[in-house]
Design a protein around this ligand. Sequence first.
Ligand code: FAD
Length: 567
Amino acid sequence: MSSEAKTGVVGPGGVKHMKWWGWGVDGVGFHHEGKPKFPAFVLKAVGLDLLAAVPVSEPSFDDVPIAASIAPAALLETLEAIVGKDAVVTDDLLRAIHTYGKSLRDLVRMRANLVERWVDVVVYPADEDDVLAIVRAAVELDVVLIPFGGGSNIAGSLEPIAGETRPVVSVDMGRLRSVISIDDDSRLARIQAGSMGPDLEEQLASKGWTLGHFPDSFTHSSVGGWAATRSSGMQSDKYGDIADIVRGVRVARPGGVLAIQPAPSASNGPSVREMIIGSEGRLGIITEVTVQVHRIPAVRQVNAYFFGDWASGLKAMQAIAESDAAPSITRVSDSNETGFSLATSKGSTGIAKFVSGTVIPKMMTNKGWNLDDICISFIGYEGSAEHVKRTKRLVDGIVKAHNGFGVGTGPGVLFDQKKFDTPYLRDFLLDRGAAGDVSEMGAPWSRLLEIHTAVYAAANAAYDQLGRKGWIMSHLSHSYHSGACLYFTFAFVFGDDPIGEYDTVKRAIQQAFVDHGGSISHHHGVGTEHSPWIEEDISTEAVAVMRGLFTSADPGNNFNPGKVLPD
Ligand code: FAD
């Protein structure tokens, strides 16, 4: 019952899905035309000649050999009795869309027909009662349930475990997409878990509110998915991570609804709310969250700044975090990522125009900077005009004290416009036989330079091992009192063994994180991709406690088994 609309694939109840083989919807993609410096940049970075490369044609779903669903008639009848016949789907395309998220590993496997275990049936509940009934039936019939929000995760959190012999049911939450109510007094909104970013912001904005949670995947991810993966949005410096934003939660479990009231803070034992946040579907299905919301700010702007090198940029971000300034975004790219931003800038616009003229490069050399080392930074300001003015004045002073300077809001506007388009770059590279992917982590300020150096060394050693020219770049985002997130992007041209080669580079980077005091992820979650390092990250005893939680909460291993902790 699926239909290929221009906006993507549409399931029962008008639930919109991304395309099965890549990011986003059909007809939208990354293009290098109009970015004159990009081909030369890619050639130098990874040895790929974009002008000569012939992209593969769009994968055809007809070529995908999908294993038949093993959902027994009794299961389908039970589900149909709960949600209605039209909302239970064994259609191949919808099963494929629900089998994976959007990690590089997922996309490579989907394109190369390397899927080991398909989802057997997709069910679209309409409300919490439906979800509760599905959960109870799943335990009774001993099937596997995997909650599905937008399907955007990149940590292997959605895939059925290879060799799973029980039927696998994907529970698509897309019909639960309403802002239920807003408590204006307390600034709290009750929102159904399947609400997608643009939809929920539109509903909130119609009443003058915003959630302020804008991950790069905003257009194709849900509030339930954000909570289940401990997501973080671009403006987290002001609004907090989803773990701060979600105050109350309702979770459908076999025994009933687990309901946590939205207290601003509570001393009621180990936080069950925190156990649910990041649980990736292992403790039940989140049906609703109560989140803190904010009045839409009067002013919202992003300013660009330059620093002479990475160490100065990092120090400036730390000084901003320690100061009285309260910006919404603090972000600085290292010199490699700055080079990438300059190369993806359109010829006559964006930051490239600042460094292709003569005035600003002269200013930089006068400061003693090496132009290959420069780092671009974006600082966001949101709030009342007075707040923005004061914060900007404080930030400008800190930038100056670190020998940097500002170039105004022009590049910031473009940064804002481009941020949701960049995810399409990965499919563009895959079409041309190259990998582009990311790893990110959080660590104290005192470890960030060390981790940055260690990750570069690890990635370059992995490229040497593969005998390949590879690329690595990084930025700092999401600042806190005690530390920040470093986000790394890596790229190389595939040889004969794409997954094996990807593993070599990805593993080297993840190992460098834990070896140098970083977490295995700051906001992408654990899934199956990062679980090999969880014990090194949180300790053997912590893993034992977590395993006890999963085992007692889900003795039949029915809820998204194998995620967060390997079984
Ligand atoms: P899904 O991918 O559908 O599910 C993720 C996990 O949550 C699965 O384990 C699933 O079973 C579980 N789950 C989903 N809904 C529920 C529910 N209602 N109850 C219980 N469990 C549930 N993440 C960030 O935090 N910040 C970013 O800036 C960011 N940028 C990204 C950019 C790109 C291009 C991509 C591909 C991903 C990015 N991500 C980012 C990762 C991803 O978008 C997040 O992990 C997101 O929170 C997943 O939400 P979702 O609705 O798509 O969840």
